[in-house]
Design a binder for this molecule. Structure first.
Ligand code: GSH
Length: 213
C-alpha cells in the first residue's frame, strides 16, 4: 500500500456511528482528511476502502478501521487529553448493549415499513428499557461529572431515538436522560462536528478535519 499523507475518514454527517467517530477524533485532536459520502451513490474509492460498505471507515497507511468503535479507540490511543478512556469496563457493556438490542429496537421503531412483522410501539417500549437503565446511572454523565467514551459512543443513538417522536420522548419520566441529551446537543464539540460538508468527489482538494471543525 502506498504511503498516505493523512488517514482518510469516509463519513456521513447524520450517521450516529460516524458522529461518535468524529467526536473521538475531535477530542483526540487527530487530523484526518474527511470525505463525505452519499450512501445512495457510494464512490468506488469508498467501496474499495470499506469492506462492509458502511460509514464511518478510516483508511490508515497499512490498514482500514471499518468499525466506529475501533476508530474511537484508535483516536484515543493517539491522544486522550480529556481522559475519555478513563471509565470502568461496564462502559463497554453499555456501549455493546446500545449497539445491540437498543439499536435493533430503535430501527424497528423508526422504520416500521422495513419491519412489517414487528410492532413499532412494542419496539419503542423495549428500547426505552435501556434508556431507563441509563436514567438510573446518569449523574450527570454515565460515570459522574467526567465525560467518558461511553457517553460519546451512546449519545448519538439516544439523539437518533429522541428524533423519532420528540413530543413522546420529552414527555417521559427520564429527567436525567433529557438533561444529558440536551447538554450534549448544545455542547460546542457536538455543534462543531455537525458542520455541513459537501459530498466528496474525485479530484476535490482534500478537506482536512482540523480546518473544518
Ligand atoms: N458497525 C458499523 C455500522 C456502521 C453503519 O451501519 N453505518 C450506516 C450509516 S448510519 C451505513 O453506512 N449503512 C450503509 C448504507 O446505508 O448503505 C460501525 O460501528 O461503524
Amino acid at each position: 500500500m502506498s504511503q498516505l499523507k493523512q488517514p482518510i475518514l469516509y463519513n456521513f454527517r447524520r450517521c450516529p456511528y460516524a458522529i461518535r467517530a468524529r467526536l473521538a477524533l475531535l477530542h483526540a485532536k487527530v487530523n484526518v482528511e474527511i470525505r463525505e459520502v452519499v450512501l445512495r451513490n457510494k464512490p468506488k474509492e469508498f467501496l474499495a476502502t470499506s469492506p462492509s460498505g458502511t460509514v464511518p471507515s478510516l483508511k490508515l497507511t497499512n490498514t482500514v478501521l471499518d468499525e466506529s468503535l475501533d476508530i474511537m479507540k484508535w483516536a484515543l490511543s493517539q491522544n486522550d487529553p480529556t481522559d475519555l478512556m478513563d471509565m470502568p469496563d461496564y462502559g463497554f457493556d453499555l456501549i455493546y448493549e446500545c449497539d445491540g438490542n437498543f439499536k435493533k429496537t430503535l430501527d424497528r421503531t423508526k422504520y416500521p415499513n422495513k419491519f412489517p412483522d414487528t410492532d413499532p410501539i412494542e419496539s419503542r417500549d423495549t428500547a426505552a428499557l435501556f434508556l431507563y437503565k441509563l436514567e438510573k446511572i446518569l449523574s450527570p454523565n454515565l460515570f459522574g461529572t467526567h465525560i467518558s467514551m461511553a457517553d460519546l459512543a451512546i449519545l448519538p443513538f439516544v439523539r437518533q431515538f429522541a428524533h423519532i417522536d420528540q413530543d413522546w420522548f420529552y414527555d417521559q419520566d427520564w429527567i436525567n436522560l433529557i438533561k444529558w441529551l440536551d447538554n450534549f446537543n448544545q455542547s460546542s464539540v457536538f455543534i462543531r462536528i455537525m458542520t455541513k460538508l459537501a459530498p466528496w468527489q474525485r479530484g476535490d482538494a482534500p478537506v482536512m478535519f482540523s480546518d473544518l471543525y
